[in-house]
Design a protein around this ligand. Structure first.
Ligand code: NAG
Ligand code: NAG
Length: 304
């Protein structure tokens, strides 16, 4: 199981960067985003954007599909474990868990979601503003369960992870030429999404969050669907989509620098998966994981 080592190494590297900037004391991970960090919320809503069937989950403890868009654990599960918290992060809407579980980590993420409201409409999934509404409800439940003081401590010390953006481009902007494409150029659409990301960070900050990690886009031109449809490019990675990812990541990085100046006491990091993932995709044998990449990326072909 060589690929397990790689993935653990990958997220431990990310963890080291995060923990050095964020500070070690983290009582819970609180997660927002899309299928890269959804642990099963979509199983509880009427949408086709689900992964509750095999081969999803084949390497997950118990071997069952949980709603994670992966053969095994997802990045936030590994980060939780690396912080000495529980080995997997439960989905907020999963009836198998309750507030005592969520007190040490929870994900509000929904596969197919994005920064843009219209992106979540495409597959009738949970919009980012709605994820935040669930988070507010979570705060109320946490206070009722642990008391105001203890709950506020968890809210202020937890690490908030945001992982989304790919669907805004691939499921929405490029998929429907008559919608966002007719309203925005690519750079203007990027700026529109950055505005939403900035407001989201401010709202979270206003609700008491201080430690945040804003995730960048992966090399989205290398997703199987994008390669399969890149006929002119010989089914290689799409350079067009990859350069949009690079440009958008640059803007996200600048946003985190601005927000860090604007919001006193915030510890905000930009978490960039682009280069390491591209390297693994281009040179899987260096990592001994040709098999892993095939399974993991193909499971994640549509919704990331
Ligand atoms: C949560 O569930 C566990 C086990 O299913 C149970 O023991 C516990 O009392 C529940 N906690 C709350 C706050 O409902
Ligand atoms: C998205 O929808 C919500 C709920 O209708 C609304 O409050 C919010 O302003 C919308 N966001 C944008 C950027 O239009």
């Amino acid at each position: 199981m060589a690929y397990m080592h790689v993935i653990i190494w990958l997220f431990l590297t990310q963890f080291l960067v995060l923990s050095s900037k964020i500070g070690a004391k983290v009582p819970a991970l609180i997660v927002f985003g899309d299928s890269s960090v959804d642990a099963g919320n979509n199983n509880q809503i009427p949408t086709i954007a689900r992964s509750n069937f095999e081969p999803y989950g084949r390497d997950f403890p118990g071997g069952k599909p949980t709603g994670r868009f992966s053969n095994g654990k997802i990045p936030t599960d590994f980060i939780s474990e690396a912080f000495g918290l529980k080995p997997t992060i439960p989905a907020y809407l999963d009836p198998a868990y309750n507030i005592s579980d969520f007190a040490t980590g929870v994900t509000f993420a929904s596969a197919g979601s994005g920064y843009d409201n219209e992106t979540s409409d495409v597959l009738s999934v949970i919009a980012l503003w709605k994820e935040l509404e669930y988070y507010k409800e979570y705060q109320t439940r946490l206070k009722a369960y642990l008391g105001e003081a203890k709950a506020n401590e968890i809210i202020g010390e937890s690490l908030y992870i945001m992982g989304l953006g790919t669907n805004d481009f691939l499921e929405n902007y490029y998929a429907f030429p008559d919608r966002r494409q007719s309203q925005f150029t690519v750079p203007k659409y990027e700026d529109f999404l950055i505005g939403i990301a900035g407001n989201f960070i401010k709202e979270l900050y206003g609700l008491g969050a201080r430690k945040m990690s804003l995730g960048g886009l992966p090399p989205m031109g290398c997703l199987p669907l994008e390669r399969a449809t890149n006929l002119m490019g010989g089914n290689e990675c799409s350079d067009r989509y990859n350069s949009v990812a690079l440009e958008f990541n640059d803007k996200l990085n600048k946003l985190t620098i601005e927000m860090s100046k604007e919001l006193p006491g915030i510890k905000l990091v930009f978490s960039n998966p682009y280069n390491i993932l591209l390297h693994i995709i281009k040179k899987p044998s260096l990592y001994g994981i040709a098999r892993f990449i095939r399974i993991k990326i193909s499971c994640n072909s549509n919704y990331t």
